[in-house]
Ligand binder design. Structure first.
Ligand code: KG4
Ligand code: ZN
Length: 345
């Protein structure tokens, strides 16, 4: 008979600062996220030291705001959750240091969470408990993973991106066409508006290498395509030749990404005899991807779990939700908890 515990969770893994307050396992009292995209725009990518500094500038205020929204004081908090890997070391350190200080001063448990493992918990927040066994597809910015989970904390990665993650590939291709980070929403809009059948881009490892993914070949194919296009337009005489419309190109590109994700995920579910699939991670905020998964799940008679867009992208609510399950299992960390950049299982 667990009383509904109150957790305060922090996520500063990359370039979003997020603080959440959760009651029990599912009741989100606050979930505030500040994105740094604009702060890095002039550099064309996330600058690690700058990201760390930006987290520092806003973290305390965000905690105060979250408590206010939840109508709570520090004394009401039962445990502190924090993502301590994977991510940018300097960014992780800010969240971890604040979390440790809070846990120490409030004399409450500290729970360190694997950020990538937390993404699927967006589905616990939005759908309640997810039935096990389940196949999680996590399509985050830095990782594309297929995880077979038999229970909470009992899972195995059965597929992963061997080079660029799907989200990373989408962001880089959007950048080739002059779009700032994050590229996902721009590509998603093009994919909804235009046919993805105009161009035929590669679908790497679609039928190979078991459940692993590779998107760098597709990225390179897009780069060559773009270079050729620009070359043609600059060598076509005095009048600058108009470039073909970008929408159908991005739509065709995204079709390749979606086809690979759908095919490999449902194939893995079939091979492992899994009837439940959960999708999560920033790229899952794509409506095109969601529609494609819904249609395929319906066709194959699979139970699909898919969170709303605001829980797909990085947020501290999913981190706190995973921590709430850890709290129940009494899996606590101590103040020696370290931050580490790599994904470690
Ligand atoms: O999970 P996430 O927020 O961060 C990491 O853990 O890395 O994922 C970021 C990725 C980026 O590739 C971004 O372009 C993509 O999610 N993304 C989207 C949308 N919002 C963010 N992709 C498609 N449609 C969106 N609305
Ligand atoms: Zn993430």
């Amino acid at each position: 008979m667990h009383m509904s515990k109150l957790g305060l969770g922090i996520d500063t893994t990359f370039d979003d600062t997020s603080v959440a307050i959760l009651r029990g396992k599912r009741e989100v009292l606050a979930n505030l996220t500040l994105s740094q995209y604009k702060d890095h725009e002039e550099f064309g990518g996330v600058v690690p030291e700058r990201a760390s500094r930006k987290h520092l500038e806003v973290i305390n205020q965000l905690i105060t705001l979250a408590l206010k929204e939840a109508q709570l004081g520090f004394s009401g908090i039962d445990y502190i959750a924090v993502s301590n890997h994977p991510g940018l070391l300097g960014s992780l350190l800010v969240g971890l240091t604040v979390a440790k200080s809070l846990a120490y001063s409030l004399q409450c448990p500290l729970i360190g969470v694997n950020h990538v493992e937390a993404h699927p918990y967006a589905n616990v927040l939005s759908h309640g408990a997810i039935p096990f066994p389940v196949l999680h597809l996590v399509v985050a910015g830095g990782h594309t993973l297929l995880i077979k989970a038999n229970a909470h904390f009992d899972y195995k990665i059965i597929g992963r991106s061997l080079d660029d993650a799907a989200g990373e590939c989408v962001d880089k291709v959007a950048k080739m066409f002059g779009h700032p980070m994050p590229g996902g929403p721009v590509v998603d809009r093009a994919a909804l508006e235009f046919s993805g059948d105009t161009y035929d881009f590669p679908r790497p490892l679609m039928h190979k290498n078991e459940h692993n993914f590779s998107f760098s070949g597709l990225k390179t194919a897009m780069l060559r395509f773009r270079e050729k296009q620009l070359e043609k337009s600059s060598t076509s005489g005095n009048a600058v030749k108009q470039l073909p419309e970008e929408g159908p190109i991005l739509a065709s590109f995204f079709k390749s990404v979606v086809d690979v994700l759908i095919y490999k995920t449902f194939k893995a579910a079939e091979i492992h005899g899994l009837k439940n699939i959960s999708v999560s991670g920033g790229l899952a905020a794509s409506r095109k991807l969601r529609f494609a998964f819904e249609a395929e799940a319906e066709r194959k008679g699979i139970n699909l779990f898919y969170p709303p867009p605001n829980l797909c992208t990085d947020n501290a609510a999913m981190v706190t939700c995973l921590a709430a399950h850890r709290y129940e299992a009494k899996q606590f960390d101590d103040l020696k908890l370290e931050a580490f950049p790599n994904l470690i299982y």
